[in-house]
Design a protein around this ligand. Structure first.
Ligand code: NAP
Length: 231
């Protein structure tokens, strides 16, 4: 099963369509306005029970809990969670001047709202789905694939390559999303190797070394891999 957050349109919708056409997986498509998405409804008509359309505001913890609670019965394993949901700014327009960050413009509240959807939301959702993502060693031994978490980043969130200012809330959120993915789940190869050598604490899975390089401490224990994709 694949869970796509932010699937009512755009990249998330395209991913849902692609998964339905090119795989045999069941797919969950979530977002605030999924019920009103004509494209999703057409996919639902074409693919029936393979597609679950699930209203969810990823910036609202109660909504996330309700959506995860409404997943199809049974603890079907998740092969993929893709975080595509994001917003530019509550106004719909990224900041092009520092003046828009001021209290008279409610700039702080706008930034907090953007971070809530773009960074906090994916963290909360990943945690809520963790029981379906994680794998026991016996399951990995039996050939079950690791659960994968993909967060859609943005080149404008890059610290090193950006030369222009502006879009503060969105860009900070995308930088933070990348760091969050790294810290929670991703790529600690040196630490991982050191811990394996020195502490012998980690559950060593039969996965090849190349894959292990993409596993974090927690991810290694749980058999989960995580990536940030850049567009
Ligand atoms: N398009 C680009 O060129 C580009 C470039 C760099 C990065 N990206 C990234 O790619 C991802 C998808 O972008 P896109 O271009 O496809 O954007 P989009 O067309 O605006 O779609 C955004 C999706 O996020 C959902 N969403 C927004 N707020 C939400 C919330 N509070 N709760 C749940 N879902 C929410 C929207 O659904 P609802 O409105 O129904 O909730 C919609 O399905 C984003 O992470 C974006 O930052 C895109």
């Amino acid at each position: 099963m694949a869970f796509i957050s932010g699937a009512s349109r755009g990249i998330g919708l395209a991913l849902v369509e692609r998964l339905l056409v090119t795989t045999a997986s069941s797919v969950v498509a979530s977002g605030r306005s999924v019920a009103a998405s004509a494209e999703l409804q057409a996919l639902k008509a074409a693919h029936g029970e393979r597609l679950t359309v699930l209203p969810m505001d990823v910036g609202d913890e109660e909504s996330v809990a309700a959506a995860v609670g409404a997943l199809p019965a049974g603890l079907e394993k998740l092969e993929l969670v893709a975080h595509c949901a994001a917003m530019m700014h509550p106004s719909g327009r990224g900041e092009t001047s520092i003046a828009r960050m001021g209290p008279d413009k409610k700039g702080g509240a706008a930034m907090a709202a953007t971070l809530a959807v773009n960074v906090v939301g994916p963290s909360v959702l990943t945690a809520a789905l963790w029981p379906r993502l994680r794998r026991k060693k016996s399951e990995l031994d039996a050939g079950l694939r690791p659960g994968a978490v993909v967060a859609v980043g943005a080149g404008v969130g890059s610290i090193s390559t950006n030369k222009a200012g502006g879009w503060y809330s969105y860009r900070v959120s995308k930088t933070a999303l990348q760091v969050r993915t790294m810290l929670v789940l991703l790529l600690m190869p040196l630490l991982l190797v050191l811990l394996r050598l020195l502490l012998r604490l980690l559950v060593l899975t039969p996965l090849p070394q190349a894959l292990m390089m993409n596993l974090s401490i927690e991810g290694a224990r749980a058999g989960v891999v995580a990536y940030t994709l850049y567009t």
